[in-house]
Design a protein around this ligand. Structure first.
Ligand code: GLU
Length: 389
């Protein structure tokens, strides 16, 4: 598919704009940029697309409002306070800018917990789809003020990738302050060149990306590549482009080859399995033995308690946990029928022993096959990076 075909065929698009595009370190929110981008997003929508905007910039504009000098590192409570101070003006700026183009904007603030719970995930989807049906542009940001470090989504690149799956969008556009993904660190290698297209994110690209300088926001280049890889695995495209370039969205909409285009995987995960693998995991891990590795990877079987060796972390029944092989290799992610406490009590046991140990019958499977995503073991390095949040 060419770029023009991709744009023409994308009915639903997520546009993520980074803090470095929307704010200036001294002045804070750059309203002129917000206005220019709102005009372009409105044109995408007027051309018949449903557009969801993910806007960073709350912390960066809040700190400028509070008079905190650029460069001074903020503590977590300071970041959260700056987000609260900046978010109101940020969404107001979008609202006013869209109004000039006859569009309404609605604010949606999400936390990781909102997306980790299946019920809240599908509820957020229903809300956003309703807004889109009404012709309104949802403006989404992480609810930084109530997201503490351990439960943070990480960065808005990651949030935008999760929303691309949630909405079943065909395209994610990430606007940042560099031209796209380079093949090397430009500070070390002056001949580093823009990669126009990525068929599949490999470990080598992740290494090159992690060496590249980051932007003002929390993500940097690595988080963009990770987000694009996540999106590719739900069957959608990602374009990473420079949001400081005049008319960038208009030009992309016209099919111009700006930035780096990431192609989708040929056999993507279903939306639900993608959610299990990349949105739902909360930190719990289950280490299994060799026999279970074979049953899961080669036999396509469910995970039973008999194959569980070790339980890590604290989780409730129904949580998404990573399944690791004896050597620590990530085999997959699945929804666990047992809490970490229960699983600790029954690991290594057979079904009849489980009944005795718990004093009541329980699920036959620790993780049912239908709730398990098994990864391609060849991809260990890229998966470890993708799932490291
Ligand atoms: N949610 C943060 C903010 O609005 C930005 C996170 C990011 O830069 O990825 O300031």
């Amino acid at each position: 598919m060419t770029r023009s075909e991709l744009i023409a065929k994308s009915r639903r698009v997520v546009v993520k704009v980074g803090s470095a595009v929307l704010t200036d370190p001294d002045q804070g929110l750059d309203r002129a940029r917000v206005e220019r981008l709102a005009g372009q997003v409105a044109r995408l929508a007027t051309a018949g697309r449903q557009v969801v905007l993910v806007s960073s910039g709350a912390i960066a504009s809040g700190r400028a409002k509070a008079g905190i000098p650029p460069g001074r590192e903020l503590s977590l409570p300071e970041k959260q306070a700056a987000a609260a101070l900046g978010q109101a003006g940020l969404v107001q700026a979008w609202e006013e800018a869209f109004a000039a183009h006859g569009r309404q904007a609605a604010q949606i603030l999400l936390t990781a917990a909102d997306l980790r719970s299946r019920r809240r995930f599908t509820n957020a989807r229903a809300t956003m789809l309703t807004l889109l049906e009404w012709g309104i542009i949802p403006v989404v940001n992480e609810n930084d003020t109530v997201s503490v470090a351990e439960i943070k989504l990480g960065d808005n690149d990651n949030l935008a990738a999760m929303l691309t799956n949630l909405l079943g969008a065909e395209l994610l556009i990430i606007l940042t302050n560099v031209d796209g993904i380079l093949d090397d660190d430009p500070r070390r290698n002056p001949r580093a060149r823009l990669i126009p297209e990525v068929e599949r994110v490999e470990a080598e690209l992740l290494r090159a990306a992690s060496a590249q300088p980051g932007a003002v926001g929390s993500g940097g280049i690595l988080s963009k590549v990770r987000a694009a890889d996540t999106v590719a695995r739900c069957g959608a495209h990602t374009i990473v482009a420079n949001g400081l370039v005049d008319g960038v969205l208009d030009r992309l909409a016209a099919g111009e080859e700006l930035g780096t285009l990431f192609r989708p995987r040929p056999s993507p995960l279903s939306s639900r399995k993608h959610w299990i693998a990349f949105t739902a995991p909360g930190g719990g891990e289950v280490v299994v033995d060799e026999g279970a590795v074979r049953a899961l990877v080669e036999g396509g079987k469910s995970l039973l308690a008999a194959g569980v060796r070790e339980v890590r972390g604290d989780f409730s029944a129904g949580s998404a946990v990573k399944v690791l092989g004896p050597g620590g290799v990530i085999l997959g992610v699945g929804l666990c029928n047992y809490s970490s406490q229960e699983l600790e009590a029954v690991k290594g046991l057979h079904s009849d022993q489980i009944r005795q140990r718990l004093g009541r019958p329980n699920h036959h499977e620790v993780i049912h096959r239908d709730n398990l995503v098994v990864f391609d073991l060849q991809e260990e390095e890229s998966l470890a990076c993708l799932l490291s949040n």
